[in-house]
Design a protein around this ligand. Structure first.
Ligand SMILES: Nc1ncnc2c1ncn2[C@@H]1O[C@H](COP(=O)(O)OP(=O)(O)OP(=O)(O)O)[C@@H](O)[C@H]1O
Length: 213
């Protein structure tokens, strides 16, 4: 018989063992172990070029590790949301159309209504009908982050590469509250940020010990 797992320490949703990453001729890191639990917020730290983006892309399934084993539990890897440096919003669509398009790609029903609501939550209600290409950098970043507010039915893992980039102070606070609420619902969040962030309960994961070069 298995001992019950205490709620404060649920089993990992992500289990990575011995990961290595090679880019060009360089091995960036090797032997990296990472376990991330439901409801955790992890701030991935490391100097420029240390391999944070490379690691996140591996975890998101967008590129392959050179070595190691990566396991997502209970199909969580297929539900994750990855937001990288690019905002992935189609320039020629209106903001509402571009976000609804992403909602459909995520397999969500009522995509237009969800996009409408999410843009409101990110303070972009007045920009809904504006073509993406005419938005400021910060508005586009907020539009991309509105993906995170499209549904709260599943505790999807979030992998966010520099999500605070280009955001003003109020938008940074909105994002932090969104992340904290997601974690409180059991969602796992892994993020990078070069600026310090105000996130209750965030743990740091430093890439330095695993670096090769
Ligand atoms: N496709 C690629 N081919 C060759 N080298 C690459 C490739 N992608 C990344 N690199 C190199 O790998 C290293 C790590 O890049 P990565 O973007 O993962 O670092 P990072 O820690 O996210 O950096 P930053 O803090 O500047 O965003 C860099 O030296 C980069 O030039």
């Amino acid at each position: 018989m298995h001992a019950p797992v205490p709620e404060s320490n649920p089993p990992p949703v992500l289990n990575a063992r011995g990961l290595a990453c090679r880019r060009g001729r360089r091995t960036l890191f090797r032997g990296l172990d990472m376990q991330l639990r439901p409801g955790s917020i992890t701030w991935l730290r490391g100097t420029n070029g240390s391999g944070k983006t490379s690691l996140m892309r591996i975890l998101a399934g967008l590129s392959a590790a050179t070595e190691g084993v990566l396991q997502w539990c209970d199909g969580a890897g297929g539900q994750l949301i990855y937001i990288g440096h690019s905002n992935a919003l189609k320039d020629d669509l209106t903001l509402a159309e571009a976000l609804a398009f992403l909602a459909r790609l995520q397999g969500l029903d009522d995509a237009d209504a969800r996009a409408h609501r999410a843009l409101g939550l990110l303070g972009l209600a007045s920009r809904r009908e504006q073509p993406v290409r005419t938005l400021s950098q910060g508005q586009r970043r907020r539009g991309a982050l509105a993906r995170l507010a499209l549904d709260d039915e599943l505790p999807r893992p979030w992998i966010l590469d520099e999500p605070y980039d280009a955001l003003d102070r109020d938008s940074m606070a909105t994002l932090s509250r969104l992340i904290e609420a997601h974690a409180a619902r059991g969602g796992m969040v892994l993020l990078t940020s070069h600026q310090s962030v105000d996130l209750a309960g965030a743990a740091e994961f430093d890439l330095e010990p695993w670096r090769c070069a």
